[in-house]
Ligand binder design. Structure first.
Ligand SMILES: O=C(O)CCC(=O)C(=O)O
Length: 331
């Protein structure tokens, strides 16, 4: 990369590690509220991560993006074979496995489940919006390497959650992965808000200098991000795929959203069957953040058409009013 472009790439520092807090729920809660993340080194069972990686690699092999890896170690990642698959392989949403609950089999793999229960003090309640990332090298995609600085909270109001982000193979500075701002946890919506009320990206210059964190993420490491913490993916300027998984957990002790299937929907109300078997109705009002999977707000007929009966949705709610209505994805 030439020097002028290099100057646009934000400077980052190493994050803290929070391994010493595991088992201390109050201290973990304070760290999440203060630092805006937990970063744990080498805590996830590597065999379980390797099983997940195998699924990613099978998919990439199937679409012809990599040559068979056979028994070669893939912890450090895999290289594209130079062929151009017919589908977009940045996220595996178009690939067959995205339609099955691969993330669920990973988090229910016993050592991973046991770690999560120890960490949270209870079994996780998932807010199901999984993203399987298989980013190929895209060296010229963005001069500052940021794919979109954002907070997860403002587009999911009424739900207290943390994002779990795990490398599936090694992700160093060139492979990219994720950058996140330390210490920015105040509940301020830092996005530009467009005329429809949709949250649009955060300008990097609005973050305090020196706040961004990045490290070489290795299989076994896992990052959890506060929903108010600004973060962004980084473009991949390496010669390997970036392989990672992200999913969301409702913060223990906070109200759970409905997660279930739309029974009926109108511009001002939704009725759904929650996965617990309960049927619920909630009113959609001006302040409800209503969307599909992208952050763009949908209203009226556009909303009704985007979420027809049978659609799986997540509904944040308070006093019978929708705070968030959105589609789940990749369950
Ligand atoms: O992995 C990335 O590229 C970004 C992840 C992210 O923005 C998220 O999980 O909310």
């Amino acid at each position: 990369m030439n020097v002028a472009l290099q100057n646009l790439v934000p400077a980052t520092c190493e994050p803290k590690t929070h391994n010493h807090l595991i088992g201390n729920l109050p201290a973990l809660g304070e760290a999440m509220d203060r630092d805006g993340y937990w970063f744990f080194r080498d805590v996830l069972d590597k065999a379980a991560v390797a099983r997940l990686r195998r699924i990613y690699l099978d998919e990439l092999e199937q679409v012809g993006a990599i040559d068979p890896v056979a028994d070669v170690s893939t912890e450090a990642g895999v290289r594209p074979n130079g062929r151009q698959p017919a589908i977009d392989i940045n996220r595996i949403s178009g690939m067959p496995f995205a339609r099955s609950s691969v993330w669920r089999s990973f988090v229910e793999d016993k050592p991973i489940h046991d770690f999560l229960v120890k960490l949270l003090g209870e079994a996780p309640f998932w807010k199901p919006s999984a993203v399987y990332r298989t980013t190929p090298p895209t060296p010229h995609a963005s001069a500052d390497r940021l794919t979109g600085l954002h907070q997860d909270g403002p587009s999911n109001p009424g739900i207290e959650f943390i994002t779990m982000w795990a490398p599936v193979a090694e992700i160093d500075w060139e492979v990219g992965g994720i950058v996140f701002a330390e210490g920015l946890t105040d509940r301020v919506n830092r996005h530009r808000i467009d005329e429809h009320g949709s949250n649009k990206g955060i300008a990097p210059e609005n973050l305090p200098a020196g706040s961004l964190r990045h490290t070489t993420y290795r299989p076994g490491d896992v990052l959890f991000i506060n929903s108010w913490t600004p973060h962004s993916g980084l473009t991949n300027i390496s010669d390997r795929f970036r392989l990672s998984l992200d999913q969301r957990i409702v913060r223990p002790g906070t109200p759970r959203p409905y997660v279930g299937e739309v029974l009926s929907i109108a511009p001002d109300r939704i009725e759904l069957r929650d996965d617990s078997g309960l049927t619920a109705t909630a009113r959609i009002v001006e302040s409800s953040y209503t969307r599909a999977t992208a952050n763009d707000v949908l209203r009226g007929q556009a909303l009704v058409e985007a979420l027809p009966p049978g659609t799986r949705v997540i509904v944040g709610h308070a006093d019978g009013v929708v705070t968030l209505l959105r589609k789940t994805h990749q369950e």
